[in-house]
Design a protein around this ligand. Sequence first.
Ligand SMILES: Cc1ncc(COP(=O)(O)O)c(C=O)c1O
Length: 407
Amino acid sequence: MSVTRRELFSRLRSGGLLDEAPLNGLALAARGHEEDSALSFWGQAGGRGRGAGAASQAAAPSIKLSSNENPMGPGRAVLNAITGRFGETMRYPFNVSPGDAQLIETIAAQHKAKPENVALGAGSQEILKVAVWGYTSPARHLVTATPTFENATGTARRMGHPVVEVKVDGQFRLDLEGMLANARGAGLIFVNNPNNPTATVHSGAAIRDFVERVRRISPDSVILIDEAYHEYVTDPAYETAIPIALNTPNVFVARTFSKAYGMAGMRIGYAIGMKDTVRPLARLALPFNISVLGTIAALTALNDPKHMAAERDRNTQARDFTQKALDALGCRSTVSHTNFLFTNVGRSAAAFRTACAAQGIQVGRDFPPFEGSHARISIGTMEEMQKAVAVFRDVLAPANVGGGERA
Ligand SMILES: Cc1ncc(COP(=O)(O)O)c(C=O)c1O
């Protein structure tokens, strides 16, 4: 039986394998860096028909606000660093210096840890997946939230391992009490802080309390705290759980370079925690899972903290602008500490998405159980958000509300 490309993507998505599939193949990354030397290099290569420049000229213009990517791409220092290293990509990562061992050392040093505390992943999704492989079983369930990032849920389901999903609370925050009530005997407990797609965050104190209480009732359960949006958080009560993970058995944190670092296409993430918790993840990961260029990119980015602070400010400004504009339309968003908004658009996410797509704005997919009322809108550049807001005004105008679609 033949399967069309669209059907294949749809199956992968429903299985949780893809958060957002790039159906139209648009290469929209690295906007705002057109003048950088690295990109002009590729502009020349594109002249031979394969570069990003060629792809974006051919594609219809559209603004992608559906995958929580950083629209700016990597910082200038990263682009310059990787451009100089293409000549070494015939080597395996361990034959290049600095290589993956130095990346592990740098990550460990920045968190006052040892290399044995860090495992690299091809994106943090590799980490999430191998954590489900390693720590759940037919007898040991996964505890997770709904809605939340679905990689762990999908992986456990495909393996036939039991999953307990706990609905977020009335403020769209993870229901930590509900997750605790289901923790006994769990193999893995997935805590996404801040949570995708609801954008909400828990304080450092709340996470510490949760970990302590899980440890009392179910000390063998492993707690995975996914901090994919850590760099974007502006809540002063928030703290990373890495110090907890480094001092508590069966707890680890997952981080990624795909969000604020602007390198989703590079595929770099990591797990950090106590040696006995993290080693099984490293053993299950693919060999040489971080490319030579990915290693250089991550190392350079970690040594450029000013760029990260500027990126957080840029995102906060564009997010505030968008949230206020949506508020003025009567569409409330949850309190976001990420690079996306989860907004009550007063109609189905599908109706909103289709209407926005017709005007060149791509917003997020359905997030049950809120697909009848809420849409996830990733934050692009300020210019992109100004264009998107003009479309939202049009789409959300009362005259455009389709029959029976208002929640
Ligand atoms: C909460 C969360 N964790 C992990 C990931 C995966 O990121 P990566 O690109 O590192 O695999 C995402 C991506 O959207 C995410 O939202």
